[in-house]
Design a binder for this molecule. Structure first.
Ligand code: MLT
Length: 206
């Protein structure tokens, strides 16, 4: 997958996996990584799907309606890519923390829905429930930050709460942060995610 890898101050420590929103690129979330943990390695990946010139991580049938077969295929593809990238660059596969926005948060959520120990933690900005009817793996001790909007037209408040419950029921330690905005990623939400990361740094960087 097309990507950027930037080595941090300690290759054996945390790697931030950056996953952009629909229509974005691997450049978009680099400032967020800098804000959250400027010392971490950064692996920023471009989605493999090109929807009328907009990059995404999996196909959709219509806005908000996912092509589930493709979502599953792309989730496995991304997991394989992470395994390969860890070998290629020499970072620790067990110390990846995802930061995703919108479509990128949805594929990060799908990774968590499919595999145990796939991510050490995750910051999900405006995620949806990626799939329903799956039995989730054990996510014990996985700290997860969800940033949601009370007026998000793409993800209703109930869906943010449903995702929180699904992840919590699988054992994850979920913090649900609300902004009185829509689907956009605000500076205060990024600040809240950075504060959460710092408060959980010892667990996240173990
Ligand atoms: C998706 O397709 O993943 C969601 O609808 C969010 C987005 O618009 O990308």
């Amino acid at each position: 997958m097309k990507h950027i890898f930037k080595e941090g101050t300690d290759l054996t420590s945390t790697t931030l996996l950056l996953l952009h929103g629909t229509g974005g690129t691997e450049q978009d979330l680099l400032p967020l990584a800098e804000r959250v943990d400027s010392q971490a390695n950064v692996l920023s990946v471009r989605g493999n799907i090109n929807e009328n010139g907009m990059f995404r991580y999996f196909k959709r049938l219509s806005p908000g309606v996912f092509d589930e077969a493709d979502l599953k295929f792309r989730t496995h593809e991304l997991n394989d890519f992470l395994n390969d990238a860890a070998k290629e660059y020499g970072f620790d596969r067990n110390k990846i923390i995802a930061i995703g926005y919108s479509n990128g948060a949805n594929i990060a959520g799908s990774l968590l829905f499919h595999y145990s120990n796939v991510l050490k933690g995750a910051i999900l900005h405006h995620p949806m429930v990626p799939l329903r009817g799956l039995e989730l793996p054990d996510l014990s001790d996985t700290p997860i930050f969800i940033g949601a909007g009370t007026n998000d037209p793409i993800c209703a408040s109930e869906e943010s709460e449903e995702l929180e419950h699904l992840l919590s029921d699988a054992g994850a330690d979920v913090t649900l942060h609300w902004e009185n905005h829509g689907h956009q990623l605000s500076g205060t939400e990024v600040d809240a995610a950075a504060t959460w990361y710092k408060a959980n740094k010892n667990r996240l960087n173990q």
